[in-house]
Structures are given as C-alpha cells and as structure tokens.
Write a protein that binds this ligand. Structure first.
Ligand SMILES: Nc1ncnc2c1ncn2[C@@H]1O[C@H](COP(=O)(O)OP(=O)(O)OP(=O)(O)O)[C@@H](O)[C@H]1O
Length: 557
C-alpha cells in the first residue's frame, strides 16, 4: 500500500499542475451535479405549497426555472467536458514523454531484459488511462460522494427512517463488489503479460520474416500467438463474468430492492402524516440521483482495484532508477585511450567475457581487433561507449576514467558504424540525418559518393527519399553497411568504431572502403578501432590485437 502511494507521488511529479487540475475537475463535476438537485426541490414546493394555495402566478414562474436549469447544466457540462479533454491530453502527453525519456535513460542491462512490445504498450496506452483515472474518474467520484451526502442529509431532514434505509444501500452493494474487485485485480496482471507476448510475437515474426519463411517457422509463430491469445481469452472471460456480475448486482438487484422498500415506507409515513406527498416526490427523484452516484462510487472502487494493478508497471517504469550517470568533465580532444586491467561480465551466471584486459590506442592510429566469434570484440566497443560498466579495472582517455567525462561529450567523440545498430526504419535521407540533423543535400551527396552509393541512390525512383524498410530490410547487406559508414562520416567524430563493416561487401568494394577509411584517417587524424574477420580489411592497421580468453594479445606481423 505504501509502495503504491509512493508510486503515485512519483507519477504526479511528472505532470505539471496535476493536483490543480484534479481540484478543478472536482469543482466543475460537483457544480454540474448540484445544479441537477434543484428541479426536485421546485417540484416539492409546487406540490406542497403552490398547488394547495392555488397560486397560478408562482407555477408560471417555476416554468422559467425548469427552462433555465437544463440550459445552465448543459453549458456547465459542455465546459467541464471540454476542459477535461484538453487537460487530459496535455497531462497524458507529459506523462508519456516522462516515461519514454526515463526508459531511454536506463543503462543497457535494462534493455537486455525488457520486452519491448510490452514497454511500448505501457508507454502509449497506460499513461493515458492513468491520467483519465486521476483527472476524470476520481474527481467525479469525489463529487458523487459529496452529492450522496447532501442527498442523505436532505432525506434525513424529511425523515430519519428513510435516510437510514437509503444508507443501507452501501453495505449491501459494497462488500460483494469489493470482493469481485479483488478477484479481477489478481487476473489483470496475467492479461498484461499475455498482451505483451502477443505483441512481441507479431512484431518479431514480421521483423524477421525472411528467417520465419526460410526456417518454415510460420506454424510455430502462429502457435505461439495462439497460446498467448488463448491465455488472454481465458482470463478475459473470467474478468468479463465478474465485471457483469458486479454491474448487475449494483444496478439491478440492490437498486430495485431498496427503491421498493423506501417507497412503501414513505407511503406509510404520508398516511401517518409524518411527511408530505411532495416529500415522496423529492425522495423518489433524489433516489434516482443517489443510486446513479452510488453505483459510480462502487464501480470506481472496483475499477480502482483493477486499474491500480494495471498502473503498477507504469509506476515502476517512471521510478526506474538505474539511469545512466554522467561525469562533468568536457572532452574535446585526446591523445590516448587505454583499457587498464578491465574485467567485465554481462551477467554473473554467464561469467567474465573480458578478464584483466589491457589495451592502449594512440590518437591517429588504426587498431584492428580479431578473434573468434563471441570472444568479446563488440563488448570492447560497448564498454568504450559506456553502454556497460566494467566490474574491475578502468577505461581511460588521457589518464582520466571515461566515467568522469560528460557522457554526451564522450559519445560525441565516437561514431559506431555497425550494420546491426545503425539503420532505423525511415528513408535513406532520414537515416543520414540521424547522424547530422542539419546536413545539407550537398553533404549527403558527398558522403554517399565517398561510400560508393551515389549510383544506387540515383537509380531509385524516390532517390534519397526511398524507405529502407524495417531495420534496413529493403537494402542489401552491403548497402546497409555502406549507409552506416556514410552516417559515420557525417558525424565527423575523431574516433571511429567499425564493427564488421566489410563482412557483406564484395572484395573490390571492401578494398575501396578500406582505402577510403584510411584516407579519411590520414586527412582528419582519426582514431579507428575495427573488428573484422577479413584480414584483407586490416592491412592498413597500425596494430592488430587478438581477443582471446578475455584478453587482448598483440599480433606481431
Ligand atoms: N547484452 C548481452 N547480454 C548477455 N550476454 C551478451 C550480451 N551481448 C553479448 N553477450 C555475450 O558476450 C559474449 C561476447 O559477445 P561479443 O558480441 O562481444 O562477441 P564478438 O567477439 O564481438 O563476437 P562476433 O565476432 O560473433 O560478433 C558472447 O558470448 C555473447 O553471447
């Protein structure tokens, strides 16, 4: 319980003026409801006073009230709904952005263990629901409670016995619906899991459609989706049963029962002269309002339980605290990068990937990394970019640990060129602009020329505005790598990390790109670390290290 309130405080803080909006929503909801209580009062007065007095003039004046009140109510309600819609969207936007920004700030291990489709669902849908709940449902609930209290007070003023009967509604309706709410609460988490699994299966299948077809995985993927759907349907049917039962219990059974009893008792009180006929009219009118409000109160209580279960992951998401940390030192130039006795594992269970690894790279040199698949070459790049932190040892630039530099400055110095990480869905132009948002067409053409893509781009009907497909799937492997390299060139960073950029290129293109990289290195004093299984690509290297047993062993040529 304490954890939930802490979560809510943390979410509240992300939305500007949220408490003020909630208060405003309550006041407007209450105003609309209180206006609706006035007509029965006028009716009571007409029946008990104006009709017996035969006062036709007062009847005519009452008509004006009956016309004015619906106009006033419609105006107030329209204003309330409009304000609510605007504020809900604004607040939803703020919360979605806060959640998304917080997720992007997390360290890489968070992404290694997170289901991306589930995350997308929370960020897009749950934030909106959360905002609606606090801005619309809860203030409405509070206004309903106040109106119910006003009605009970007024009915008590007419006769205490009627007020007592009215109040019986709550225990009879509340306890069963509260119980149903708890049952549904337990089921909601399972629905969320099943939804995430469904989204993931669909996304993965489409993204890896080539693999699915080549390995004939269609049936397997369909079965995975079928299982997730079956799970969701079975849980949903239980939820639907309890949802309906709760609604019918409150609206049909309890309402009918208590209205009947109150009417009969009120009739008896009129016969005994303890209340007027106008009193019966007002009690019956208020009963309708009372039950509508009371049903909302109980439903909200029930929904509250269901929604809290849904919001828990959202609150967790906003409270993720394993964000990336940044040092404060600027970094504009450097002379030497050094890995000093670095030991690193992704997870303890899988053991050390790098063990006491030392490696020094001087500015303006090209260092090649070779080694068996899985030896830890890409991991070296991940550590230099501070995607992960070593458990032992330190990585330094000019004798200062990289953790002490501003993270943004560090990453600005480095360009990672790798087929697997660089291509976003979008057009060729959009992908290039990711590297340099304000690059001119002339600059784009220049880098495309450098990586020998000009002819290809010119042959496309849409040229630079041709979509590359999800993860670059509409381009060949070699074209993707050349596009990645073009992105790298656009950034003009002094450190270039090349991860297997020649693997999908024919030997002539690989040779041409190697010579181009070399020329750029010489021209701009670039420092290059390149991973390659292709020895031919490494002939321009100043040094080659073999990554083996978690260590870097220099190869002597
Ligand atoms: N995010 C991760 N979480 C857990 N283990 C990982 C992660 N990334 C890589 N690994 C594991 O770490 C080891 C080293 O991976 P790395 O990608 O550095 O190897 P590599 O030498 O670059 O291999 P390749 O030449 O095949 O690309 C591998 O066993 C890999 O399975």
């Amino acid at each position: 319980m304490v954890k939930k309130s802490v979560s809510n405080v943390s979410i509240f803080n992300r939305i500007p003026h949220f408490s003020v909006y909630i208060g405003l929503s309550f006041i407007l909801a209450l105003a609309v409801q209180l206006i609706s209580l006035v007509p029965p009062l006028i009716m009571q007065r007409i029946i008990d006073q104006i009709i017996p007095a035969g006062n036709l003039r007062d009847v005519t004046i009452s008509v004006l009230f009956f016309i004015a009140i619906p106009i006033l109510m419609t105006a107030a309600n329209t204003f309330y709904k409009y304000i609510l819609a605007v504020v809900v969207r604004r607040s939803g936007r703020a919360l979605t952005l806060a959640a998304f920004a917080n997720v992007l700030q997390q360290r890489m291990p968070y992404f290694d263990r997170t289901n991306s489709s589930e995350l997308a669902t929370f960020i897009r849908q749950e934030t909106m629901k959360y905002v609606m709940f606090w801005l619309a449902d809860l203030p409405q609930l509070a206004a309903n409670v106040v109106v119910c209290l006003v009605i009970v007070g007024y009915v008590f003023h007419i006769h205490w016995l009627l007020a007592l009967l009215l109040c019986l509604y709550f225990p009879i309706a509340f306890f069963p619906s509260n119980f149903f709410g708890r049952v549904v609460n337990g089921l909601t988490g399972r629905i969320i899991q099943a939804n995430g699994k469904m989204a993931q299966t669909i996304t993965d299948s489409v993204r890896s459609i080539r693999l699915v077809k080549a390995f004939q995985l269609e049936k397997k993927q369909t079965n995975t989706l079928k299982k997730a759907l079956t799970d969701a349907v079975s849980v949903w049917s239980k939820v639907a049963f309890f949802d309906n039962l709760t609604a019918l219990w409150i609206t049909n059974f309890v309402n009918q029962l208590i209205i009947g009893v109150i009417f009969v008792v009120a009739a008896g009180l009129v016969i005994q002269g303890q209340m007027t006929v106008g009193g019966i009219v007002i009690v019956l009118s208020y009963l309708a309002v009372f039950y509508a409000n009371a049903a909302t109160i109980l439903n909200t209580n029930y929904e509250f339980k269901k929604q809290l279960a849904e919001f828990a992951p959202l609150a967790d998401l906003l409270q993720l605290s394993d964000g990336e940390t940044s040092g404060a030192l600027p970094l504009t130039d450097f002379q030497r990068i050094a890995f000093d006795h670095v030991t690193f594992h992704y997870t303890e269970e899988r053991g050390d990937i790098l063990r006491d690894l030392s490696l020094a790279i001087k500015r303006g040199t090209w260092v090649g990394l070779v080694g068996e698949s899985g030896a830890g070459k890409t991991t070296i790049f991940d550590l230099l970019l501070r995607f992960y932190q070593p458990q032992k040892g330190v990585i330094e630039i000019d004798q200062t640990p990289i953790a002490d530099y501003l993270l943004s400055a560090l990453r600005q110095q480095i360009t990672l060129v790798s087929q697997s990480v660089s291509i976003f869905p979008g057009t060729i132009r959009e992908n290039l602009l990711l590297a340099k948002a304000d690059a001119t067409d002339a600059e784009l053409e220049e880098v495309l020329n450098e990586v020998a893509l000009t002819e290809f781009v010119q042959s496309l009907p849409e040229g630079l505005d041709t979509p590359v497909g999800e993860a670059g799937s509409l381009l060949s492997g070699g074209q993707q790598q050349r596009l990645s390299l073009a992105q790298g060139l656009l950034r003009h960073s002094p450190i270039l990390l090349l991860d297997e950029i020649s693997s999908a290129l024919d030997s002539d293109t690989a040779e041409a790109i190697k010579e181009m990289v070399y020329r750029l290195k010489e021209q701009n004093q670039l420092t290059i670390l390149s991973i390659s299984h292709d020895r031919q690509f490494l002939t321009r290297c100043d040094a080659i290290y073999r990554i083996q047993g978690g260590q870097a062993i220099e190869e002597v040529s």
